[in-house]
Design a protein around this ligand. Structure first.
Ligand code: GLU
Length: 498
């Protein structure tokens, strides 16, 4: 019988949520759901100076945005709580006593300045710096003296002196670390707070975590974790370290590469469904050519064994392409729901649109989505749907709006459109083509200037369909207004910089 799978996502609530954090959360979630196991959210706020409740909120939001849920956590509770480390200090102290009793932990009185000085000496001698064990063998009297002198202490874990630590990682394979290379790590700080290593090992054990799935940056920490587990008599969990995520220049993805916070992607107009799919493909593939896959398809093919140990590149172009594919695939109502807050923020839609207005938005989405990669495109390129205050692109001015014959043609078209009793794409098309014929010009010579006048752009969805979605009076007003500006010479093209 196999034990029920239990995994955890264990973010530190310090600062923003990095796209790499979301990637880790996603792989934990996939494995839990695939195995019918439990997903646990544990908040690692042992950095008491940098942890904030705002950062915690951002974590919840990021997870919810992409559609991940959890079975146990600070907000939903669970059998193994509390799920916030700062609420578990007594628990860590119990295990600390066990380590001290077994002489696997000791008080260290070295100050940060002393430690830094000694590290510099080691570096100067070409030795990789590590704690030199100065306080490891203090006598009771010596400790008493240091305390009496007002020295503050932290607690260090006594690591194995020799030999190696072997990690059998599901993704990275067998990795061996030399024990001589690490110094005794701090496990409880002077403040009485545990460090990440200690709290993580105790909690993974008490929360019955069966698989630790995390970023490969934590692989070296596993050496310390496994030694702590052995010293405390804990069965180690299985480890799966996810591959590194690189920027396009093949260095570790960081702020230098631009957007790395999950909220940046939300604000840039990515659909969470597309981001989910995109992130899954960083380090995993279904083993065939498939890329655009539903959540169900991903779940049915997913395995940790199929994850790649080599780094993957966060290719923004590909993310945008993936988003574009989701734009085509998803129901326009769902896309409209995601889009509405962005439009409201840009003051392009009212706070509580009527049912009719909502229907209209869905139609706009449906018309535009084929050629739209990001939701923000509606706000920028598609602004003409929502406001009369749109810009005339230079290309539109140059190709059409600065031509001599244009003001008159726009006015003639406005006159014709005014006569339409039905405002739909067929009638609009008939009117446009009728004018072209009468004026002895090709239909393109009316269609293009009309688009330029009404939208300010030279490309977009079917002109007749988009005009149908505008109000008749409004469309006519735009044609006349543009004609007037053009006549006044206000739509001359700007010289282009070469
Ligand atoms: N708090 C750690 C982090 O945010 C968790 C590492 C782990 O999963 O063990 O990176």
């Amino acid at each position: 019988m196999t034990e029920d799978v239990r995994v955890r996502f264990a973010p530190a609530p310090t600062g923003y949520m990095h796209i790499g954090n979301l990637h880790t959360a996603l792989f934990n979630w996939l494995f839990a759901r695939k195995m019918g196991g439990a997903m646990i959210l544990r908040i690692e706020d042992t950095d008491e100076l940098r942890s904030t409740s705002d950062a915690l909120e951002v974590i919840y939001q990021g997870l919810k945005w992409i559609g991940l849920d959890w079975d146990e956590g600070p907000d939903v509770g669970g059998e193994y709580g509390p799920y916030v480390q700062s609420e578990r200090l007594d628990i860590y102290h119990e295990y600390l006593d066990q380590l001290i009793g077994g002489e696997r932990a000791y008080e260290c009185f070295c100050t940060p300045e002393e430690l830094e000085e000694r590290r510099q000496v080691m570096r100067a001698r070409g030795i990789p710096p590590k704690y030199d064990g100065r306080c490891a063998a203090l006598s009771d009297d010596e400790r008493e003296e240091l305390r009496a002198a007002g020295r503050k202490s932290c607690i260090r874990f006594r690591v194995e002196e020799g030999g190696t630590t072997l990690i059998r990682d599901i993704i990275q394979g067998e990795v061996t670390y030399d024990n001589a290379l690490i110094g005794d790590p701090v496990i409880v700080k002077t403040s009485g707070f545990p460090t990440y290593h200690f709290a993580c090992v105790v909690d993974d054990h008490l929360m019955r975590i069966t698989h630790v799935i995390r970023a490969v940056e934590h692989l070296p920490n596993t050496q310390i974790h496994m030694q702590l587990q052995a010293a405390l008599g804990f069965e180690p969990p299985a480890y799966a370290h996810l591959p590194l995520i690189l920027g396009e220049d093949r260095t570790k993805l960081s702020k230098r590469h631009g957007a790395v916070a999950v909220t940046d992607y939300e604000q840039q107009g990515f659909l969470p469904e597309a981001m989910f799919n995109f992130l899954v493909l960083l380090g995993w593939s279904p083993g065939d050519e498939r890329e655009v896959m539903s959540r169900e398809e991903i779940l049915s093919s997913f395995s940790l064994e199929a994850c790649d140990s080599s780094p993957s590149v966060f290719d923004v172009q590909k993310a945008e392409w993936m988003n574009g594919e989701y734009m085509k695939l998803m129901a326009p109502e769902v896309i409209a729901e995601r889009l509405l807050p962005l439009l409201q923020e840009a003051r392009l839609m009212e706070d509580s649109p009527s049912a009719e207005r909502w229907e209209w938005l869905v139609q706009v989405v449906d018309l535009m989505r084929e050629r739209t990669r990001l939701l923000t495109t509606f706000v920028s390129w598609g602004q003409y749907f929502f406001t009369d205050d749109y810009e005339y692109e230079n290309r539109a001015r140059k190709k059409w709006l600065s031509r001599e014959e244009i003001p008159e043609r726009l006015e003639l078209l406005a006159d014709r459109l005014q006569l339409l009793a039905t405002w739909d794409h067929q009638s609009i098309e008939t009117a446009v083509r009728g004018l072209a014929e009468e004026s002895g010009v090709s239909a393109a010579k009316v269609i293009h200037p009309c688009r330029a006048a009404i939208t300010g752009t030279t490309i977009g969805p079917s002109l007749f369909h988009l005009m149908e979605l505008l109000d008749q009076e409004d469309a006519i007003g735009r044609l006349r207004g543009t004609a007037e500006l053009a006549r006044a010479g206000k739509l001359a093209a700007e010289p282009e910089d070469e």
